[in-house]
Structure formats: structure tokens, C-alpha cells
Ligand binder design. Sequence first.
Ligand code: B12
Length: 328
Amino acid sequence: MSAAEEYLTVVSRGDRGGALEVVRRLQAEGASPLDVMNQVIAPAQSRVGELWARDTWSVAQEHAATAVSEAVLGLLGALVPPPSEHSAPVVVTCVEQEWHALPALLVAEHLRTAGLPVSYLGANSSAEHLVRHVHETAPRAVLLSCSLGASLPRVRRQVEAVRATGTPVVVGGAAFDTDGRRAAALGADAYAPDGAAAVLAVRALPTATLPMPTLPSATAEEGLAVQADREELTARLRHRLLPTEETADPWQRVLGDHLPHLVGSVAGALVTEDRTVLDESLTWLADVLEHRKAPPGATERVAVELAGVVREYPAAARLLSVRTAAAG
Ligand code: B12
């Protein structure tokens, strides 16, 4: 069994001691903290997602595994010597309402290992608090992590707020495409696909940036309107698709949890003018529902009802009509 597989086995039990034992053994064999992060922790986390999606792991196992990995990362981070560069700090945080803190923590540890001073703020930083922190600490750059396609409209707002202070913004995370098109559409100064690239991106940044131009199109503006109406649209979608909580099947409960994300993905697709944001969300949903014994065609029905719910938003309706036409 490889070290990565062994690590996955122990974290599936939430076994922090076992995880540390695997890590210590690797270090004794010469692995650096970065090797452990890149070759064991990051791949294990990606696997955790697949195992949950396939209904092989429970939500509790997923949470326990992530909690252990966060603890291990904290311990590895404590081994990194203090920053060698005496420059302004780099702020690393997740965009508002993003709870995927582990990817941001990995990036923060990469920057620290490269000798950069880091101010790590964790999950769910509101635009208001982030801007206050920027005024208080005058950072060299703000690095925003975003894992959810549904969070992309909030990235736009936060990039705008931070750039208005003159501070450059780098973005990254699973919500972005690796060509950086979504990042550019949202006004980021740079995009990086991983921690090593983030170090290079920060070093290449200008010392100051300009405020953002206005939104590029009516489609992107509509994305912010859909985002603003998300709760209402989600409630309507829920009403069309799901029975009351007491009578719901397991697949319907999972679908119910996912509805806000689905509506948010429409907003994310519009604000980046990239329809694949929504396609990715629906593809993942189809996989999740299939592994929970949903009836055939369940995801197509979701797309049809979603189209009905957003029909008053012209660009969103076009987005869904392409999708439902392709399905039917
Ligand atoms: C663990 C996990 C969770 C945990 C997070 C706990 C935590 N403390 O982090 C919990 C249970 C909270 C969670 C909840 C949800 N999750 Co989740 N989650 C994951 C999972 C399995 C792992 C994330 C992770 O750690 N990845 C490992 C890291 C190493 O990879 P990474 O994220 O790509 O990060 C690397 C790079 O992208 C880059 N990077 C990351 N951030 C940044 C930032 C900067 C500035 C830079 C330069 C680079 C950079 O560097 C990292 C290291 O190389 C992923 C699946 C996956 N395979 O990643 C889903 C995933 C991110 N989740 C997903 C979803 C949909 C959800 C929920 C909406 C589920 C639901 N229906 O309730 C909620 C939303 C919660 C919220 N509002 O945030 C989707 C997102 C799809 C999308 N693009 O929209 C994913 C991708 C699963 C999927 N569909 O396959 N989740």
C-alpha cells in the first residue's frame, strides 16, 4: 500500500494519531513538509470527494478526514521557519460563504515555505472584514480561494472591493478553469493553479493595482441579479422538485442540499460568461444522484425545472435552453 493510500485509510477513521504516524515515517525517509502536502494530503482530499460522491463514504467520514488533514497541515506548518523575506504580508483567505478552508491553508503553507510572510484568515471572509484587514495590514497581495462555482459572483464583488484599495488580487481553487479565463472575467490580477504557482504569481505582481472596470456585459450583470435572488429562486425550485422533508428519499435529501449551489452555479456561469460552470455542477449532480438510486432522468428533470424557475432572466434562460435541448 502506498503512503497516500495508507494515509487515506487512517483519515477515513478520523485517526489523527495514525495520520501523524504516516507523516512522521515519510519525514524520516527524507520527505519535506511540502512533499507530504503535495503527495499525500492534497491527493487524499481529492479522493475523499470522490468517495463521498459515490456514496462509499458518509458525510461524517468526509468531515472527519478533512479535520484530521487540517490538524496535520497545522503541525507541518509549525515546522516551517519564520519568513526570510521582510516584506508586507500576503493575505490568504476563502471568499465569503466558502467553507473549503483546507485548499487555502495548503496555499498559505506553500507561501510560508517559500519564505513569504503570510496572514491566513481561513474560511468565509466577508468583503467588509477583508477590506478592513487590508487597511490595517497593507498587504503585498490578497489571495482569494474559491472552490464553488456558486461562489464566483462573490469573488467578483470581493476582487472589486480589494482592488479599490490598490492591492493586487490573485485567485485560485476548484471553481476556476486552469486557463485562467474565469479569473480574468472576474477582474483578478492573476490566477494560479496550485501553491507552487501561487508563489511565482505573487512574486510577479505589480506593487499596486487599479480599481476594476465596470462589469463587461449585460449577461454578467444578470449573474449578479440571479445571485441576489438566489434564496427566492431556490425556494421555488425546491417547491417544484421535492416533497416535504418527512417523505423524502435519501437521493431527494441530497438533491435538496444541493439546490442553492445549483442556482448559484447559474449566477456563476453568467458572471464569468462561461456556461461550463453550470455544466460542471449538473454533471457532478448526475453522478451523485446515480449513486443514490435516483430514478433515470432525474438530473434532466432538475435542469427542466431550473429553466422554468429562471425563465424571467434572459441570459439564464438561454443557458438552460441549450442544456435542456441537448438533453431532450
Ligand atoms: C472537503 C470538501 C468539503 C468540505 C470542506 C472542509 C474544509 N475545511 O476544507 C465541506 C464538507 C465543508 C464541503 C462542503 C461543500 N462542498 Co465540498 N468538497 C470538498 C472536497 C472533497 C475536497 C476539497 C479539498 O480539500 N481539495 C484538495 C485540494 C488540495 O485541491 P483544490 O481544492 O483544487 O486546491 C488546490 C488548487 O485548486 C489551488 N488553490 C486552491 N485555493 C487556491 C487559492 C489561491 C489564491 C491559489 C493561487 C490557488 C488555490 O491550490 C490547491 C493545492 O494545490 C472537494 C472535492 C475535490 N476533489 O477537491 C469538494 C468540492 C470542492 N465541494 C463541492 C461542493 C458542491 C460542496 C457543497 C456545495 C456540497 C453541498 N451540496 O452541500 C458544500 C458547500 C460548502 C460551502 N459553502 O463552502 C464541489 C464544488 C463544485 C464546484 N466547482 O462548484 C467539489 C469540487 C466536489 C465536486 N463537485 O466534485 N466540501
